[in-house]
Design a protein around this ligand. Sequence first.
Ligand code: TXA
Ligand code: MG
Length: 342
Amino acid sequence: VWIVDNLEDLSSSYPQIAQAAAQLRENEVVAFPTETVYGLGANAKSDEAVGKIYEAKGRPSDNPLIVHIASIKQLHEVAAHVPVYVDKLIEALWPGPITFVLPKKAGLSDRVTAGLDTVAVRMPDHPLALALIKEANLPVAAPSANLSGKPSPTRASHVFDDLNGRIAGIVDGGSTGVGVESTVLDCTQQIPVILRPGGVTKEQLQALIGEVTVDQALTDETQAPKSPGMKYTHYAPAAQMTIVDGTPSFLQGLISEAKSEGKKVGVLSAKETAGNYEADVVFSCGSRANMHTVASELYDVLRAFNETDVDCIFSESFSSAGVGQAVMNRLMKAAGHRLIKE
Ligand code: TXA
Ligand code: MG
C-alpha cells in the first residue's frame, strides 16, 4: 500500500492507495496525479462508473476518454491491434506523456470511446498512478480532473476547487511535473498523426520512427479537428486574453492603451522579461531558457488570474519548438485565438 507522503489537509482522508483502488472497484470516481496533470479515474469497463466522470466534469458525452493502464498485458486487453511502430514508441516512451489511439477491443464501456471504434491508451509515468491502477486491477478511464472548459489541474488543490462534492476522493501527489497533457497520437494509419501536441514532442517522435504528421486543424482553425476534444474551448481565464508576438516595449504599449481605457491589466510573461512590464498584475510563467518550466507552470498561472480582478490579460508568445508546441496550442485556446503581431 502506498502512503501518500505529500499531504495537504484536503487529502488527509485519502492517505492510502488501497482505499482509492477499492473505490474504483466500487465504480466510484477518484482523482489521482499523473506526470502531466491530475486525472479523474473510473472503472473503464463500467457504464455507471464512466457516466459519473462525464457528470462530475460536465463533459460533453461525444468527447472520449483516455484509458490508463499499468502493464503491456492491459494494453492488449483494450487494443485489438498494435502496429510495430507503436511497439517502438512504447519501448522508448512508456510510461510517459504519450497516448496512442488504436483500434479497440470489446469489453470497455462504450461511453469511454464515445461510440468510436478506436480507443486512446496511455501508461502514465507516476508511481501513485501506476500503484492505483495495479491495485484496482482495472483499466482506468481518466480525463483531466477539471471542470469541463477550465485549465487542467496540476495540483490537488485545483481538483478540489473544481470538483469538491462531486467526486469520491483525491489522491494528493503534490504538483505534477510536465504540466501539459499527454501527446495524443492517432496510430490507426501507416503514418501516425499528432491529434494533440503534449508532453512528448514531434521532434522526439520523428527521431524514433521517422515520418509523423500533425492534424491540420492544429494550425488551421477553419479545419475540423480529428480528436473530438480539440474542438472545445478550453483553459480560458475569466478575463479576455490576447497573445502578443512582439517586443516587451510593444506589449507595454498595449498595456498602457488598455489602462488608459480604465481597464485593469494582467500580463503573463517569461521570467526573463517579467521586470519590463508596468501592469496591475504580472505573473511570470517559467523561463524561456527551459520551455519545460513554462509548460509546468502554465495552468497554475492561468488559474491564478481568476483570483485577481484584471479585466484583460496580455500574454507573451513562446517558441513552438519542442514542448513549446503544446504550450502555444494551449495558450492560443485560452486566448480564443486572439493574437496581435508587432
Ligand atoms: O495527460 C493526459 O493525457 C491527461 C492525464 C490525466 O492522463 N488526460 C487528459 O484527458 O488530458 P482528456 O480527456 O482531458 O483529453 C483526452 C483527449 C481529448 O482531446 C479526446 O478527444 C482525445 O484525447 N481522445 C480520446 N479518445 C480518443 C479517440 N479514440 N480518438 C481520438 N481522440 C481521442
Ligand atoms: Mg482535459
